[in-house]
Design a binder for this molecule. Structure first.
Ligand code: FNR
Length: 365
């Protein structure tokens, strides 16, 4: 595929594969172990079909929405993905600018190669900060304070990573952050670099620094050190959704970490509805994992999501074309989603209902 002739989000992956060093491409693309969940994240969307409504005036369509009180142009947001300067020299700056140009939210990874202050300085925009909880809680408290001061509007607390999932290509490649880059948020704390290890350097880093004792009481603790709303990222069951509500979460992100943690968990789109039901409308539920088409966005909203996040499409388009690539991904998804709404007879997000889709697991009507 030539760059000028890109017509959908998925096409960026093969361009990125050609451009990037193998170690970097593999890190971005991989899932854990058998990568069953990785393909399932995509496949599951094809088990959901539309029940479009016809002869509805769709000459005007509004896809704007509000997330945690922030007005955004569409229910499509950017998930945290680590180390974006491996994809492109402008890394997280480019992503932040593309998100802001599209009028949507970017989530910055704890493990970004640009700091919270640097990303804030690149221009206006609504941004969330993704948090990994380190063993050293002073590090966490400092970082959260810095994110707050830099104007980040919410914390996405990642709860599916007490240890790093087994990503075999990272083990084979002995993946480490290239020496010219650092995990910028941790640079001053002597935690910004990754040692070469006999397996994945990132897995060793996580084993050394990330707190395996993390539990629900820490969700409460986090609320004592910040006034920012907390999104719990990585919920896959009704049981945990109910606890998240109890624990004071401002929202839930149904996520399997892009299939990079526990393999053989269901596709996120399959887990979404039970989480939505369990929250009983008390807090918004978001989804990430395998969203590559506007139709995927619609399906997630029909199953009760308030919005979705994209991960790999950002790093692949960033690798291909920098900021312009990420802008293009957001633009293509926006246009596809709007078209899906028109063709299924919906003029606003609140008009999207469960009856606009039928899933393979629904009882026959
Ligand atoms: C991730 N993800 C992730 N999540 C997180 O909480 N902190 C992080 O630093 C990262 N880093 C990261 C790097 C890369 C290369 C990928 C692919 C993913 C997970 C990410 O936020 C999101 O859950 C998934 O990427 C969503 O799935 P898709 O859109 O990639 O299929």
């Amino acid at each position: 595929i030539k760059m000028g002739s890109i017509t959908n989000v998925s096409e960026y992956e093969s361009i990125a594969k050609e451009k990037l060093p193998k170690m970097v491409y593999d890190y971005y693309a991989s899932g854990a172990e058998d990568q069953w969940t990785l393909s399932e994240n995509r496949n599951a969307f094809s088990r959901i079909l539309f029940r479009p409504r016809i002869l509805i005036d769709v000459s005007k369509i509004d896809i704007s929405t509000t997330v945690l009180g922030f007005k955004i142009s569409m229910p499509i947001m950017i998930a945290p993905t680590a180390m974006q300067k491996m994809a492109h020299p402008e890394g997280e700056y480019a992503t932040a600018r593309a998100a802001s140009a599209a009028g949507t939210i970017m989530t910055l990874s704890s493990w970004a190669t640009s700091s919270v202050e640097e990303v804030a300085s690149t221009g206006p925009g609504i941004r969330f900060f993704q948090l990994y909880v380190y063993k050293d809680r002073n590090v966490v408290a400092q970082l959260v304070r810095r994110a707050e001061r830099a104007g980040f509007k919410a914390i996405a607390l990642t709860v599916d990573t007490p240890r790093l999932g087994r990503r075999e290509s990272d083990i084979k490649n002995r993946f480490v952050l290239p020496p010219h880059l650092t995990l910028k948020n941790f640079e001053g704390l002597n935690l910004g670099t990754m040692d070469k290890a006999n397996d994945s350097g990132l897995a060793s880093y996580v084993a050394g620094q990330i707190d395996r004792t993390l539990s629900w009481k820490d969700v409460q603790w986090l609320q004592t050190i910040t006034s920012l709303p907390i999104l719990v990222k990585g919920v896959l069951t009704a049981e945990d959704a109910r606890i998240a509500v109890q624990a004071g979460a401002a929202g839930i992100i149904v996520s399997n970490h892009g299939a990079r943690q526990l393999d053989y968990v269901p596709a996120t789109i399959m887990a979404l509805e039970e989480v939505v039901k369990a929250t009983q409308g008390r807090i918004p539920v978001f989804l990430d994992g395998g969203v590559r088409r506007g139709t995927d966005v619609f399906k997630a909203l029909a199953l009760g999501a308030s919005g979705i996040f994209i991960g790999r499409p950002v790093v692949f388009s960033l690798a291909s074309e920098g900021e312009a690539g990420v802008r293009n991904v957001l633009q293509m998804l926006r246009e596809e989603f709007e078209l899906t709404m028109a063709l299924s007879g919906c003029r606003s997000l609140k008009e999207i209902t469960r009856d606009h889709i039928v899933t393979e697991w629904d009882a026959p009507r």
